[in-house]
Design a protein around this ligand. Structure first.
Ligand code: HEC
Ligand code: HEC
Length: 204
């Protein structure tokens, strides 16, 4: 892979375009499952995390998952734990792992605690602060849009969701194409993020 010799900053666009189309063979979920044994300690055997520090992967969408793995490897998405996990894997492994986790059932544990503020913000955004409707891309029930690469949010671990939104807001998570999530998160207050996370926890 030529990408490893380039500066990490320049790589976002390249890694993005490489994530799927250059896969040599069709994705093989069984091979992905075999590789996923190494991931189970943190993400659970079928990608349903039991630990608030680790995201769930089940049902996130193949395109999104493969892109995240490639981004950890290129450094476009920076995380020391995941960089170590993907260092010895290649594009075919990413495609296989993504196919395996995408086919697993997300396991929402829906909360009944409604957040009217979170719901309003999620559904309509807040144009005066430049916040778009999250539902437009992630769906009204957080099922995402797999072909477009918009991740599902239902069933995701709350602490991880909060950390991700704060990372986009601070620009420390910067692997979103066209700045889409950094722009969406820029105007969010801490209270907004708490409310959004509470609303997302009600998704089934
Ligand atoms: C030691 C614990 C650990 C192991 C083992 C591990 N991960 Fe992770 N993984 C994490 C953490 C922590 C994060 C969140 C990092 C961040 O905030 O960017 C993460 C994030 C991810 C994400 C991004 C999820 C999202 O919603 O964007 C994917 C995909 C992923 N891991 C896949 C894997 C795969 C595949 C393996 C095995 C090859 C693996 N992980 C092994 C801890 C681990
Ligand atoms: C224009 C479409 C769009 C809008 C609007 C949008 N998102 Fe996103 N979101 C994305 C995309 C695309 C990604 C994945 C970026 C990447 O490929 O790394 C993402 C990623 C995320 C993630 C990371 C998920 C994970 O598993 O790590 C969270 C959380 C999130 N969005 C929440 C929100 C919230 C909350 C809002 C509303 C304030 C919102 N998004 C608005 C497109 C959008």
């Amino acid at each position: 892979m030529p990408t490893l010799t380039l500066p990490a900053r320049a790589l976002g666009a390249i890694a993005l375009s490489m994530a799927l189309p250059l896969t040599a063979a069709p994705a093989d979920p069984a091979a992905g499952q075999a590789k996923a044994a190494a991931c189970a300690a943190c993400h659970g055997p079928v990608g349903v995390s039991a630990n608030p520090a680790f995201p769930s992967l089940a049902g996130l969408g193949e395109r999104y998952l493969a892109k995240q793995l490639a981004d950890y490897k290129s450094g476009a998405r920076q995380n020391p734990i995941m960089a170590g996990q993907v260092a010895a894997l290649n594009e075919q492994d990413f495609a296989n792992l993504a196919a395996f986790y995408a086919a697993q059932q997300a396991a929402p544990k829906p909360s009944e605690t409604a957040s009217p503020e979170g719901r309003a913000l999620y559904m309509a955004g807040r144009p005066q602060d430049g916040i778009p409707a999250c539902a437009a891309c992630h769906g009204p029930d957080g099922h995402g849009n797999a072909p477009a690469g918009y991740p599902a949010l239902r069933g995701q671990v709350g602490a991880y969701l909060e950390a991700s939104l704060k990372g986009y807001r601070a620009g420390t998570r910067a692997n979103d194409a066209n700045n889409v999530m950094r722009a969406a998160a820029k105007g969010l207050t801490d209270a907004d993020i708490t409310a959004l996370t509470a609303h997302i926890a009600t998704f089934r």
